[in-house]
Design a protein around this ligand. Structure first.
Ligand SMILES: [Zn+2]
Length: 274
């Protein structure tokens, strides 16, 4: 038995080897830490960090523009090549990035924004100096998510906002079980995505409320466009994209029918205010 790194609750071995699940918040985390930075096959990065996310970045910035019409300083955690920073700058935000991969950090610095190259809690940035923080699929791969959440709370001004996208652990663990059972084999599918930290809606809420945030709101995220991770096998980009779109609508229907209790989406959007 060990303590959950997000809520401090009791954890027990999950049904899958090398994973523990918190009985209180549902966080499922690996017992051995993996590589801090994902490495994708050549050619995939453009899809993963740019094309597939353009619409999601637009939705995030639309939300931040309306939450914080005065704009200000926006810190993007795991900014990759700086695509979100460029889109934010075009809307009048002063963007800054955090990126621990040196090559991606160089690309992001080409946008003219400052880029910090250490985990956010080690950057020594001034407290109370940011209006907004964004983080797309970053907390799942951090060494210390709770420390990072506490740090972004410190960095934000009162009233500042955080906008996050994270993989939904419930969805991906269910897929992984089906995948291990051979269900997707004939199509060459490998749709499950698991990282060091796999969040549920409850564990995301525990993470942010534990750091002091209020107005924590969670929703199913629309999918990325096409098949950026090439997990769709023989289905190809178009069919995979269509399946993801149909599934998202099914997840939304379940959410409405369950009065907002069931989140079946493959990823979640979380917003909160300081
Ligand atoms: Zn927990």
């Amino acid at each position: 038995m060990s303590a959950c790194p997000v809520c401090g609750g009791k954890t027990a071995a999950a049904a899958l080897p090398g994973l523990l699940t918190c009985a209180d918040c549902g966080l499922t985390y690996s017992t051995e830490k993996h590589m801090p930075v994902p490495v994708y096959a050549p050619g995939l990065e453009q899809d993963i960090y740019v094309s597939a996310k353009t619409k999601l970045f637009k939705t995030a910035l639309d939300w931040l523009d309306s939450a914080l019409p005065g704009r200000g300083r926006l810190l993007d955690l795991g900014c990759a090549g700086g695509e979100l920073l460029r889109a934010a700058a075009a809307r009048g935000w002063r963007g800054e990035g955090v990126e621990i991969d040196a090559r991606l950090a160089d690309l992001a610095a080409g946008s003219g924004c400052a880029v910090h190259r250490r985990p956010v809690e080690e950057c020594g940035l001034d407290g109370g100096a940011c209006e907004a923080v964004t983080a797309f699929e970053v907390f799942s791969q951090m060494a210390a998510p709770a420390a990072a959440a506490a740090e972004i709370f410190r960095l934000l001004k009162p009233g500042g906002a955080v906008y996050m996208r994270e993989f939904n652990a419930g969805f991906h663990l269910a897929l992984l079980r089906l995948q291990r059972g051979g269900l997707f084999k004939f199509l060459g599918l490998r749709p499950a995505v698991l990282h060091d930290f796999n969040f549920t809606p409850r564990s995301l809420r525990a993470l942010l409320e534990g750091a002091g945030f209020r107005e924590v709101r969670i929703s199913n995220s629309p999918p990325t466009s096409g098949d950026p991770y090439r997990t769709g096998g023989r289905l190809g980009g178009f069919s995979t994209g269509l399946l993801k779109f149909l599934y998202y609508n099914l997840a939304q229907a379940l959410w409405f029918l369950s009065s907002g209790r069931v989140y079946a989406g493959s990823s979640l959007i979380v917003t909160a205010r300081k």
